[in-house]
Design a protein around this ligand. Sequence first.
Ligand SMILES: [Zn+2]
Length: 211
Amino acid sequence: MDELIEKIRDPMLRAQAEKVAAFHGYLSPGALVGIQMFNIARKMLNLSSCERIFVTSETCNCLPDPFQVLAKATVGNKGLKIEDLGKMAVTINKVGLAGCRTQAVRIVLDPAKTKRFPRLHAWFMKSCKVSHDEVVSILLEAGESVYTWEAFELEVPERPRKKIAICEGCGESFIQMESEPLCKTCLEPSNNREPSPSNNPSLEDLLCPRS
Ligand SMILES: [Zn+2]
């Protein structure tokens, strides 16, 4: 995999791949997809090198990490939101004043376009096993040609005032939305701490995640 990174001719893309590989563990296909999406967004939104952005990733697999390490849009600084819809798609928007409109772009890895690269398409559709190295090589060759994006404007929401309350059920403090007396854990029995089997990754996912 390191050899693959060394072969990347564009020095900026190579430096990005090195940073992401160090952060993510290795350059997975999904992490490379995230890098390529970030670069499309930089162009579409005319972003300066250290401009703050907001990112909504539609999958929790690999894709969010390049934005955390390259754009400093992290879960903790609220630059990154994950809506796990199981889609290789991301929406990026510029910072704007609450109530004002700001530029955004939604980018998807487009199955109608990956079809032109049968092995990449097979990996994307999980129809057969394709090695990560092979997928990374194809993605590098395909570049932007496998993505579809749409620019639009969105309204920056007002930031709600944080109100802290003590839960009448468990006695712990929590961020209160309205004037509900119970925290979310006590309000919804499904929020108990039992691990859900469906959330546990399979051995296959651990050894060889799709992206
Ligand atoms: Zn509680």
